[in-house]
Design a protein around this ligand. Structure first.
Ligand code: FMN
Length: 362
């Protein structure tokens, strides 16, 4: 039985070709537990399989190239080994009746020579560094000034995204999400605080959205538009991100994205600057996933009032493999343990107890 205050959240929803059993999305979360060659492994598969009753799982960010990597232990999607590693996860999720998208990721300037091929500088739209420190194998180090991508290199990066989608398909994913949020490469192109280019990819809002647009257009033929989603975080200024007119910039991005019949727009509704997310949803026009600090009650209200079609949960899914059933029955939740977010093997990964379903206590 579903408790009445969760009715909308636990109702089905037609997303692209799928009738999702509920409107709960597992948000993408980096867990830094990839194995040899940055390949997802059996443990990854178990973690995602435990959470397969989500309406849709969005995987942790998966780098599309060696250049796109910025953290130890994140799983890639550009080698044969990495494709095979992820196949174990998609098989496990499908065997449990779930659906899973891969999040395609390029970190841009948020990397470090110690993590780049041949100790090269990380790349970005412009040679502007992020403040603060990056976690490397040698401990925390300051971010470096990245190298601005040359105009002639940009098609190659777009091709890496397209190939990443191709590889995700080969690995059995149901679709892909482009990581355009949280200060990584696509976001760096979108905002004028990190993009001061004077060519076709910088300056006007149209030019700054061009990189995202061209990636979307490259990836759509691989999966079909209804299996491609985009994630944005318009108001979030982490990693030294800023924009002089966020509503205009991201409003234009939403207009552009509205043309393709995409699976969804996924928006991190957190941040430091005022932002009208409802306007963004209206301008996009398609399925809209809201994320950021939602509990069951707020999620229910968001769906009921039409503010969102679906809600993505991060830390709550991380700590509760049976989150859907807990919400359905109004049970208390496990508390997430931040000390094992990005390390710890099985601990804090596959060992959060379930109250319901396989492996549950009763
Ligand atoms: C451990 C951890 C890892 C994350 N990794 C990613 C990631 O790889 N890609 C991404 O877009 N967001 C990432 N996020 C952000 C989450 O998807 C989400 O936006 C954030 O946790 C806020 O939602 P919540 O309040 O429901 O947890 C991460 C968050 C956490 C806690």
């Amino acid at each position: 039985m579903t408790i009445p205050s969760r009715k909308q959240l636990l109702s089905s929803f037609q997303l692209g070709p799928w009738k999702l059993p509920n409107r709960m999305i597992m948000a993408p979360m980096t867990r830094s537990r990839a194995g040899v060659g940055d390949a997802a492994n059996e443990l990854t598969a178990r973690y995602y399989q435990q959470r397969a009753d989500a309406g849709l799982i969005i995987s942790e960010g998966s780098q599309i190239s060696a250049q796109g990597k910025g953290y130890p232990g994140t799983p890639g999607i550009f080698t044969r080994e990495q494709i095979a590693g992820w196949k174990t996860t998609t098989d496990a999720v499908h065997a449990a009746g779930g659906r899973i998208f891969l999040q395609l990721w390029h970190v841009g300037r948020l990397s470090h020579p110690s993590m780049q091929p041949n100790g090269q500088l990380p790349v970005a739209p412009s040679a502007i560094k992020a403040d603060g420190q990056i976690y490397t194998v040698e401990g925390p180090q300051p971010y470096v000034v990245p190298r601005a991508l040359e105009l002639g290199e940009i098609p190659g990066v777009i091709e890496d995204f397209r190939q990443g989608a191709e590889n995700a398909k080969a690995a059995g994913f149901d679709g892909v999400e482009l990581h355009g949020a949280n200060g990584y490469l696509i976001d760096q192109f979108l905002r004028d605080g990190s993009n001061t280019r004077t060519d076709a990819y910088g300056g006007s809002v149209e030019n700054r959205v061009r990189f995202l647009k061209e990636i979307v257009e490259a990836v759509i033929p691989v999966f079909g538009a209804d299996r491609v989603g985009v994630r944005l975080a318009p108001a979030l200024n982490i990693f030294s991100m800023s924009d002089s007119t966020p509503q205009t910039t991201f409003g234009h991005a939403a207009d552009v994205l509205s043309q393709y019949g995409l699976a969804y727009l996924h928006v991190v509704e957190l941040g430091e600057v005022p932002f009208d997310f409802e306007e963004l949803k209206r301008r996009f026009g398609g399925s809209y996933i809201a994320n950021g600090g939602f509990d069951a009650e707020r999620a229910e209200i968001a769906i009921e009032t039409g503010r969102a079609d679906l809600v993505a949960f991060g830390t709550r899914f991380l700590a509760n493999p049976d989150l859907v059933e807990r919400f359905r029955q109004g049970d208390p939740l496990n508390t997430p343990d931040p000390s094992t977010f990005y390390q710890g093997g099985e601990r804090g990964y596959t060992d959060y107890p379930a109250l319901h379903g396989p492996g549950s206590a009763r």
